[in-house]
Design a binder for this molecule. Structure first.
Ligand SMILES: *Cc1c(COP(=O)(O)O)cnc(C)c1O
Length: 470
């Protein structure tokens, strides 16, 4: 592609994006195409000769777009969002244009220094201790794996990095039964084994029961196992259940166990003074993760990982072959030593654009709006009388089910609600997902899309009430 052609199509694509956002509600939120429908439309072989860009772009519109689920639709209420915003998109343009690989300070000093600065901003916005250092990882899954690996090296005096796990007794990791599956994945990858992940029961608010945690830790110590790490959730994925940071932290301190906090989604709410209670006791934490790519209007991927001891983190991952040695190695942060991959995208740029464009007060205003819409949805659904709320509503995630009077059989209710979910999503007018809470099939609505307005919530309520019939 020639430079002038790039300019021409570049403008065309900006126009396309602008129109896309203007008309986004016209697309079915969840793509309803059949399996392999897209695959079968794609050419069997790669083109032998160069193709015109307008042809490629045309196929993008004709073949690819029907298979897109519209995460940026204000009628997207599924999973947790993977948000964006215009400032973030513009930063992604520039990141792509320069295509910096910021593995070390020298490979782009601005990428490293901006990251250091915005992570301090974020730390202070959330109210994390000043002793914490931050680094951007791709996802919360990676951040949690990073925490477990650092804990593993810390407890073994960096011996496992040297010799492998063979000399070690069983290392044990603890989280609640509602904790995210990324923990189990991390425990598998770290060589600890999923059988050594101890899942502690939760109370009726879906928070970990500290007494049961302590009991398991004691039992493990007496049995000759080594308690390695406790992972507490601020906002479980199912129902935004809250583990007590204070009580879990005290137990970790008492038994000298690494304390990691997974606040992937709800961590964003910490920029609001009224949610600071969530991190009461944070001083006992060793590491903390939240995802600006979930609820801080920054493109996926952008996971903010904070750690109390950057020395332990760096010692866990640092490796210095001859070809990576630079003059400034001892004087600066080289973020390739702060996690798993060597290569790193320039992700700090989008955070900087977002935080500056919204301002802290603008971000707070957005979050408060989403939280009040959550409250509104909850009240409306209770008022209707045919629904039941299945978990406490901490912010903007509401777990509920249709419960028509006279039907009390749990299996039947599960079936009715599962059908309801599919019927709702088939309309294309909204997208919600489900979870199971104490065996009950729960519809789960997350009101956190960047551009969601009261009218989107009203429309969702209307469709849900209309489709909830037996
Ligand atoms: C979404 C989520 C994760 C995983 O997030 P990724 O960034 O996709 O790895 C982990 N923990 C919780 C609580 C989550 O909600």
């Amino acid at each position: 592609m020639k430079t002038e052609e790039f300019r021409k199509y570049g403008y065309e694509i900006i126009d396309w994006i602008t129109e896309y956002y203007r008309n986004i509600e016209k697309y079915p939120v969840k793509s309803n195409i059949n399996h392999r429908e897209i695959f079968n439309k794609l050419s069997d072989t790669p083109p032998e000769n160069p193709e015109e860009f307008h042809k490629i772009f045309n196929d993008f519109n004709e073949i690819i777009m029907p298979g897109i689920t519209h995460w940026q639709s204000p009628n997207f209420f599924a999973y947790f969002p993977a948000n964006t915003s215009f400032p973030s998109i513009l930063a992604e343009f520039l990141m792509s244009a320069m295509a910096v690989q910021g593995m070390k300070w020298e490979t782009s000093p601005a990428a490293t220094e901006l990251e250091e600065r915005v992570m301090i901003w974020l730390r202070d916005m959330l109210g994390l201790p000043e002793s914490f250092s931050g680094v951007i990882q791709d996802t919360a899954s990676t951040s949690t794996l990073t925490a477990i690996l650092t804990a593993r090296e810390n407890i073994s005096g960096f011996d496992i990095n040297n010799k492998g796990l063979f000399d070690y007794k069983k290392l044990r990791v603890y989280c609640s039964t509602e904790a995210h599956s990324s923990i189990e994945k991390a425990v598998k990858i770290a060589g600890i084994g999923r059988k050594n992940l101890v899942k502690i029961p939760v109370d009726d608010k879906f928070g970990i029961i500290p007494e049961l945690l302590e009991k398991e830790i004691k039992k493990d110590r007496e049995g000759g196992n080594i308690p390695l790490c406790v992972i507490a959730a601020i906002g479980t994925t199912g129902s935004t259940g809250i583990d007590s940071i204070k009580e879990t932290g005290i137990i970790c301190k008492k038994y000298n166990i690494w304390f990691h906090i997974d606040a992937a989604f709800l961590g964003s709410a910490l920029i609001l003074p009224e949610y600071k209670w969530l991190i009461d006791g944070i001083e006992n934490a060793d590491s903390f993760v939240f995802n600006p790519h979930k609820w801080l209007f920054t493109n996926f991927d952008c996971s903010a990982y904070f750690v109390k001891s950057k020395e332990l983190l760096v010692r866990t991952f640092e490796i210095l072959p001859e070809y990576l040695k630079t003059l400034s190695d001892r004087k600066v942060n080289n973020y390739c030593d702060w996690g798993i991959p060597l290569g790193r995208r320039f992700r700090a740029l989008k955070l900087w654009f977002v935080i500056r464009s919204f301002g802290v007060s603008g971000l707070q205003e957005k979050l408060r709006k989403h939280i009040s819409l959550g409250e509104y949805f909850k009240n409306e659904i209770i008022k209707d009388g045919n629904f039941e709320i299945l978990a406490p509503v901490v912010a903007n995630v509401i777990c509920f089910r249709y419960k028509p009077s006279g039907i009390n059989n749990e299996e039947e209710l599960n079936r009715i609600n599962e059908n309801l979910l599919h019927n709702l999503n088939r309309t294309g007018k909204l997208y919600i997902t489900h979870t199971k809470l104490n065996g009950k099939y729960a519809l789960r609505i997350v009101i956190a899309q960047t551009n969601v307005e009261r009218e989107n919530v009203d429309k969702a309520l209307e469709i849900i009430k209309k489709k909830a019939v037996i």
